[in-house]
Design a protein around this ligand. Structure first.
Ligand code: SAM
Length: 274
């Protein structure tokens, strides 16, 4: 060590968006957004118990009704769906591009008596790191919104498509950004971000960016910069990626049953229906 030089240990990294946070619109940014301090708070934000109650058996039923068994969770995050599905008897592989998230998912798995099979993989080169073909891929919790570049979105969907068996299905969800862009933000605070001591609200929205701020009871704040995906745009991308059948749900109900949902879930099936 150099004499007279003090080694400073950083207590925690901080999110860094530079001088103009609204100018940060990059698909790679997610890695440095999910810093340890935010990841540790993520489960407070989503509140597993309330989330489990609000989602019910939706994903389990969709998968079981189609006879699916092997599931690749490409946006494992802290492991909520991976653990739920593993406990329900599915053969789950948990992938994520954030090593912080995966480590937390693994720890959460152990707390729930599940040893998760984790793979560190970015969606855009998924098949380089994840091997084998799956009955189903899930990409949940408004994750796809992290991709800012259309080329990245198409690439990720092509990778998902390739990792599925010939009759595989992709379940992908998103916030109702049409509602936010066209009518302003409102939330039922019932799905996904269920923690009642936590707020999750946009601080900037335009057609190319939804910057959300998450405030926790201890006063700490974190942000995510996301691309506001319009619902029909996502549906078009899914069709153009080769998925033959598409079905969209609003807040886990059939479309039309819920007039202004907070979230959409798209079920995209590979199988050609003649
Ligand atoms: N699915 C989890 C949930 O519902 O709680 C996590 C959702 S979190 C909003 C988004 C997740 O997607 C993060 O864990 C992030 O690391 C991951 N992610 C974002 N972009 C990614 C990419 N290009 N490749 C792999 N993972 C990515």
């Amino acid at each position: 060590m150099t004499p007279n030089k003090t080694v400073v240990f950083q207590p925690d990294e901080r999110q860094d968006y530079g001088d103009d946070p609204t100018a940060v619109r990059e698909s790679d940014k997610y890695v440095s957004e999910y810093i340890r301090g935010f990841v540790d708070k993520w489960d407070e934000l989503i509140d597993w118990k309330s989330r489990a109650e609000s989602e019910g058996r939706f994903f389990i039923d969709v998968l079981k009704a189609r006879g699916k068994h092997s599931v690749l969770d490409v946006a494992a995050g802290t492991g909520f769906h991976s653990i739920q599905l593993a406990k329900a008897g599915f053969d789950v592989t948990s992938a994520d591009g954030s090593a912080e998230m995966l480590a937390k998912a693994f720890d959460n798995g152990r707390e729930h008596g599940v040893v998760l099979k984790t793979v560190h993989a970015d969606w855009r080169k998924l098949n380089k790191d994840v091997h084998g073909k799956f009955d189903a891929i899930i990409c949940l919790g408004n994750s796809f919104t992290h991709l800012f570049d259309e080329h990245d979105r198409r690439r990720a969907l092509a990778e998902f498509y390739a990792a599925l068996k010939h009759d595989g299905i992709l379940i992908i969800d998103q916030r109702n950004y049409d509602g936010i862009l066209d009518n302003g933000f409102s939330t039922k605070h019932k799905y996904y971000y269920c923690g009642d001591q936590v707020t999750a609200e946009p601080v900037h929205v335009d057609e190319g960016l939804a910057r959300f701020e998450y405030t926790f009871p201890d006063g700490s704040k974190h942000n995510l910069n996301m691309f506001p995906l319009r619902k029909n745009y996502v549906r078009d991308l899914l069709r153009e990626a080769g998925f033959q059948k598409l079905h969209s749900y609003g807040d886990f109900m059939e479309e039309g049953e819920e007039s202004d949902p907070d979230f959409f879930v798209h079920l995209a099936e590979k199988e050609y229906d003649r």
